[in-house]
Design a protein around this ligand. Structure first.
Ligand SMILES: Nc1ncnc2c1ncn2[C@@H]1O[C@H](COP(=O)(O)OP(=O)(O)OP(=O)(O)O)[C@@H](O)[C@H]1O
Ligand SMILES: [Mg+2]
Length: 269
């Protein structure tokens, strides 16, 4: 058996500081084989090259974070994996299948979902209506009800506010709704784009606790894009640094947190 499949090994890999941020959540679950492998991905917007030969790997059960400054190409990476953008070249292997040419709904059907940057909720619809939008590929009403119960179990606050118009939720609650909506498609792999953006610090902590819960208690593999590198490196197993369209550093989060370049560029010291 691969050493990485041993839960104890994973607990040892988890950065020490995580307890300070997320006291109630137990250590990492099992890490399995490669679930997503991006190989030499190049993406352009017309004449502008946004990603140059980026490669990254996410194993089943992991939280992997992609950090980088404004305009580095983080959102472009997620949009390309979820099929919204098409690469100029390169491969996106998900569960060993190259999904680079598939349309977004076919990728969602393979249980790979994205929570977009800026949340993109439907402000005039209720919380419940927004959540049901996340199950648009599901015809079976009983399954939709079961998924709703599952989302409400993770986010009780959404249940309390199910009839509230989404535009009147706080920023943090809207982020919970965006995550809940993505969970309605029953993902095995969830990509989150800047979940802490524009949210009050107390709710940022709640959101990050939920991300860990979704990973550890529900077994969902996570690719997390964040500008708050400090928090992201505390909950992730491994990390990639993206700078102007290229991966410049990668490794276990605990190593990157101690890397002088990462410290000075992303951790404020
Ligand atoms: N639709 C577009 N047309 C042209 N250029 C684009 C488009 N979207 C993004 N870009 C450019 O591609 C580069 C990468 O953008 P991207 O949104 O992926 O960055 P990011 O790392 O997510 O940044 P941020 O942290 O600000 O969200 C930037 O230079 C950006 O200006
Ligand atoms: Mg972005």
């Amino acid at each position: 058996m691969d050493a990485n499949q041993d839960g104890k090994q994973n607990r040892e890999q988890r950065p020490e500081g995580v307890k300070a941020v997320i006291p109630a959540i137990p250590a990492a679950g099992r890490i399995g084989s490669t679930l997503l492998e991006v190989k030499n991905l190049c993406v352009s917007y017309g004449a502008i090259t946004a990603l140059q030969e980026i490669s990254l790997t996410v194993r089943a059960g992991e939280i992997v974070t992609l950090i980088g400054s404004n305009g580095a190409g983080k959102t472009t990476t997620l949009k390309t994996i979820s099929g919204v953008l098409k690469p100029r070249s390169g491969q996106i292997l998900y569960a060993s299948e190259n999904i680079a040419a598939l349309p977004p709904h076919r990728i969602v059907q393979r249980r790979l979902s994205q929570v977009p940057e800026g949340r993109m909720i439907f402000a005039n619809l209720t919380v419940l209506e927004n959540l049901k939008m996340g199950a648009y590929l599901q015809r079976d009403k009983a399954l939709i009800t079961r998924e709703l119960e599952y989302v409400f179990e993770i986010f009780p606050r959404l249940k309390e506010r199910s009839k509230q118009v989404a535009g009147t939720l706080s920023g943090g609650e809207q982020q919970m709704l965006a995550i809940g909506r993505a969970l309605m498609s029953k993902p095995r792999f969830l990509m989150l784009d800047e979940p802490s953006l524009g949210i009050a610090p107390l709710l940022v902590k709640t959101i990050f606790e939920k991300i860990v819960e979704i990973n550890q208690q529900h077994g969902i593999t996570i690719l997390l894009v964040e500008q708050n590198a400090n928090l992201a490196l505390q909950i992730a197993h491994s990390a990639y640094v993206l700078e102007t369209g290229r991966i410049t550093l990668q490794g276990p989060s605990v190593e990157l947190r101690n890397n002088p370049q990462v410290k000075s560029a992303y951790l404020g010291g």
